[in-house]
Design a protein around this ligand. Sequence first.
Ligand code: AMP
Ligand code: ZN
Length: 487
Amino acid sequence: MKAQQDQLHIYNSLKGEKEPFIPIKAGKVGMYVCGPTLYSEPHMGNMRTFINFDLIYRYLLHLGFEVKYVRNVTDAGHITNSAGQEVDSIGEAAKAEQLQSLEIVYKYALKFQELQRIYNLLSPSIEPTATQHIQEQIEIIEQILDNGYAYEVNGSVYFDTRRYMQDFHYGILSGRKVDELENETRVLNAQDEKRFFADFALWKRANPDDMQIWRSPWGNGNPGWHIECTAMSTKYLGKQFDIHGGGMDLKFPHHEDEIAQSCGSFGCNPARYWMHANMLNVNGQKMSKSFGNYFLPKQILEGSTGLFEKAYSANVVRFFMMQAHYRSNLDFTQEALNAAEKGYARLMEGLKTLNQIPTSSSSFDIDALIASFYKAMNDDFNAPILVANLFEAVKQINLINDGKASISIQDKMRLKATLEAFIYDVLGLTPENTVGETRLAPVMDLVLDLRQQARTNKDWTTSDQIRDGLAKAGIVVKDVKDGTTWS
Ligand code: AMP
Ligand code: ZN
């Protein structure tokens, strides 16, 4: 495995090119990924990014690295919206639902956990939250102030971008140039506390209607959004670690500002490799809550997106995502999902056939086949090429099954172990056990009968309870014209 570790190349957004991956400490990886803001249920686009980083985590583990994977939860702070305003989305959701902020966060954290289970995401090593790290955020802000890269105005603290630019390169990650930014940013007015349009909040003075408020050396307030990631990544991974990831849309300003905060406090870029996963689109447009073009991961399992004629299992969705490189855009379409459904079934069928094929001597180069799996993934986690090479293996298996090729017992065992490792451990797919489904069928008939009785009696609580309970077990119930189906 060590040799394979040495061949891994990662596209580093900081350099704009693929580089050999050399961890700070041999054999170990520190990886930080920006997690969800839990003010609503994560949509399928959010899940794509987390599934992509799950793939990356899984492959690093497969290569034998000892990985510390930190993925935060944003449960505080003001997020900059698309109009450049800083909004407390969690507070707004809390007011709308007449709950406390952390009740909102907890509610959606449970949903997110359920989705991770359904989509087979491995748990990170730790999921720290912003509210648990207010003190650490304050300490870093103090350090930035001491170093002269921030200023305080009326109980708020802003990052001093112009001062920073005298010593460091603001725009090093995103390539944004401050004079270009100025053209697309609104002009500061007299009420603005910022001295310069590109300055950003490290700490915001409390508004009377803020839902969450903390004490600080500058008075009551709450942290800016970017500072939480600087505080949590450095706390768990050190001032400089190996990989920092997130969705492409976080490159600017979030990640650019994280770099500025780390350089401004500790004098170094926090991560050696910056990785950005591309967006899930709907008809060419980024899936986003603000555009209203989103659907929820469970809607696709239930077949209720309104976009597709039928439901698709979590395995099929995951397999569909693995057929696009993490740096490519991906559009959800019915045709692509149908193709993924067939592809997933073919792959699983191939594994089953492999168990049954006879052995003699090998008529093909199994080393080359296995090497092609590693070659694909070592080339910046190229899952679509891996999938194509896995299909090549299925083709060989079918040829052997038809008596047109052969395999030795040793090679068969090796191929089985390697295929299972790549399909289950790396791609994170699971077998949808047809034997289990056959045995489950009478049980499901009974459960669906009970649900139908509840619906006839207008006992919606019981009927929803049955559907939700089945969904938790990964079984999707769908009401169709002639009755109810499950998958
Ligand atoms: P948020 O909860 O909005 O902070 O987003 C959580 C993660 O989902 C971030 O890494 C975003 O970059 C990512 N994300 C948001 N929208 C999409 C999308 N349409 N496709 C892929 N990733 C997304
Ligand atoms: Zn972040």
